[in-house]
Design a protein around this ligand. Structure first.
Ligand SMILES: O=C(O)[C@H](O)[C@@H](O)[C@H](O)[C@H](O)COP(=O)(O)O
Length: 239
C-alpha cells in the first residue's frame, strides 16, 4: 500500500473496492493487534468511534474469536445523551460490536448521566477511565468532511486544549455548534500514543476532505492527530 510521507506525519493508505471488504480487512488488523497486546501484557485496550460509518466494521470484528474476555473497549468520543438515544455511541457499540464472540469484552463508557457536563467530565476523567490499562493498544477514528475527528470540531470552544499533545487529561468536554449536542472526547494526547491508530473513512467526499486536510492551512484537527501520532496512521478507505 502507498505510504505517504508528509512534512511531519506519515500515513498508509489502504483502499478497498467494497466497504464490506474494508470492514473485514480492518477487523482483521484490529483483532491481530488486540491479540498481540494480550500476549504482551495480558490485556488489551481498544477505543472506537461512533457515527454512521463503523457498523459493518463492528459486525466483522465482533465475530472474530480472540480472547475478548481480556479486552476492554471504550469510546473515542461520546454524545452526552442516554445510552437509549439513537445518537448514543455506547448504544451503537452495544448493538453492533459487543455481540457474538465480542460479547465477553468489558465496556467502559465515557458518558454517565450526571447533574452537568462538568460533573460528567470530572467523573469520566478521574475515577472510571484513569484506572484503565493505558496506553491504548488500538484506536479507530472516523472523520467528518470538515476535518474533525473524535470530537475535535474546528469550532470547539476549547480546541487548543483538546489538541494539546502534552495534556495530562484523559477526557475533555466539548461544546461546538457543529457537534449537535455536548460531547465528551478522549484527549489527542491519549489517542496519539496508541500502538495501532486507524482512520476509517468512506466515500469520495471524505477522501477529498482528507486530501485537503493534508495539504491545506489552517491545520484541520485530523492533521493535528497525524502530526502528533507516534506511529504512522493507517487510513482505510472505500468509495
Ligand atoms: O461521535 C461521532 O460522531 C464520532 O466519533 C465522530 O468523530 C465520527 O467519527 C465522525 O463524525 C464521522 O461520522 P460518520 O461516520 O457519521 O460520518
Amino acid at each position: 500500500m502507498a505510504r505517504e510521507q508528509l512534512s511531519s506525519a506519515a500515513y498508509s493508505w489502504h483502499a478497498f473496492a467494497e466497504r464490506q471488504d474494508l470492514a473485514a480487512a480492518l477487523a482483521g488488523h484490529v483483532a491481530g493487534r488486540l491479540t498481540d497486546a494480550i500476549a504482551e501484557r495480558g490485556t488489551a485496550l481498544l477505543a472506537v468511534s461512533g457515527g454512521t460509518t463503523p457498523a459493518k466494521f463492528f459486525a466483522s470484528l465482533s465475530s472474530i474469536p480472540i480472547a475478548w474476555n481480556k479486552v476492554t473497549v471504550t469510546l473515542v468520543d461520546e454524545r452526552c445523551v442516554p445510552v437509549s438515544s439513537p445518537r448514543s455511541n455506547a448504544g451503537l457499540v452495544a448493538a453492533n460490536l459487543l455481540q457474538n464472540a465480542a460479547a465477553t469484552a468489558r465496556f467502559v463508557p465515557l458518558y454517565q448521566e450526571a447533574e452537568s457536563i462538568g460533573d460528567m467530565w470530572e467523573a469520566a476523567d478521574s475515577r472510571m477511565l484513569r484506572s484503565l490499562p493505558w496506553p491504548l493498544d488500538v484506536v479507530v477514528l472516523g472523520m467528518g468532511t470538515d476535518g474533525h475527528t473524535a470530537s475535535f470540531f474546528p469550532d470547539a470552544d476549547n480546541l487548543e486544549k483538546l489538541l494539546d499533545p502534552s495534556s495530562e487529561r484523559v477526557v475533555f468536554p466539548v461544546h461546538a455548534a457543529s457537534a449537535g449536542e455536548p460531547r465528551l472526547t478522549l484527549s489527542l494526547a491519549r489517542i496519539v500514543r496508541a500502538g495501532f491508530l486507524a482512520l476509517h473513512i468512506e466515500g469520495e467526499d471524505k477522501r477529498k476532505a482528507f486530501e485537503s486536510a493534508m495539504a491545506s492551512q489552517p491545520r484541520k484537527p485530523i492533521r493535528a492527530v497525524l502530526d502528533a501520532a507516534e506511529r504512522p496512521v493507517e487510513v482505510f478507505w472505500a468509495p
